[in-house]
Design a protein around this ligand. Structure first.
Ligand SMILES: Nc1nc2c(ncn2[C@@H]2O[C@H](COP(=O)(O)OP(=O)(O)OP(=O)(O)O)[C@@H](O)[C@H]2O)c(=O)[nH]1
Length: 215
């Protein structure tokens, strides 16, 4: 297995969750915050875990005592804003960027991406139709930091801007299926329907509201 010593896990959790109807990281799924599923799955990979948030750092510190919580320095909502602030705290050569709303990320995927990113600027998953997953990817920290700053200075807040100028290796879903056959890592919770699917994948259906009989 590739050494994970040099990677920091950076979870972006400061989104507005507009489509979902509110912040997702702390949304309770089966009695636990949605973010806790991802943290549980990936934390064995590295002791260095950063959670990038917009506000309420004390709530996150309490729930995730082993993580470093970094609050955005800017009020604008965009993943790149979270990266701007939190990349300053990353001390390792490589950084795995993860979205807080992908609870089924397979740790083996991160290991694969880290291996493929070695000697390059980063490794980003790519779908058959050309869509890419730059927020579930591994990057060379210095390259990403520099590139994001360039885009920020041009007022271009697209993640795509940041990676356009980087030496990225795109990793096909075919290759990824070798470690995550059903590509569950990419289940992203944006709607109630996706939440229902997550519930199904997590196991038994949620208990229904009590139908206790009246005496
Ligand atoms: N720290 C930080 N993270 C962000 C910010 N904006 C988005 N994110 C995170 O980046 C990832 C992708 O976010 P988006 O899909 O752009 O936004 P979202 O909040 O998930 O959902 P929508 O508002 O419906 O687009 C999610 O994990 C978000 O929590 C931000 O301004 N700061």
């Amino acid at each position: 297995m590739a050494s994970m010593q040099e990677v920091t896990l950076l979870i972006l959790a400061g989104g507005r969750g507009e489509r979902f109807g509110g912040s997702k990281a702390l949304y309770e799924v089966r009695g636990r915050p949605l973010l806790s599923y991802l943290v549980e799955r990936v934390s064995s990979l590295s002791k260095r875990l950063i959670i990038s948030v917009k506000s309420d750092p004390e709530i996150y510190s309490k729930l995730f005592p082993d993580a470093e919580i970094v609050v955005d320095e800017h009020e604008i909502y965009a993943p790149i804003v979270g990266l701007m602030s939190s990349l300053a705290e990353v001390k390792t050569d490589y950084v795995a960027v993860l979205p807080c709303d992908s609870p089924l990320v397979d740790p083996e995927l991160i290991i694969l991406l880290l291996r493929r990113a070695r000697g390059r600027g980063g490794a980003v998953p790519i779908w058959e139709d050309g869509r890419i997953e730059p927020l579930l990817a591994v990057y060379k920290t210095d390259d990403l930091r520099k590139s994001i700053l360039d885009c920020w200075n041009k007022s271009d807040l697209r993640v795509r801007c940041a990676i356009e100028s980087m030496d990225i290796v795109y990793v096909s879903m075919d290759e990824i299926r070798g470690v995550d056959p059903e590509l569950r890592s990419f289940l992203n919770i944006n709607t109630q329907k996706e939440l229902e699917l997550l519930n199904e994948l997590l196991g038994d259906p949620l208990p229904r509201a009590s139908t206790q009989e009246l005496p």
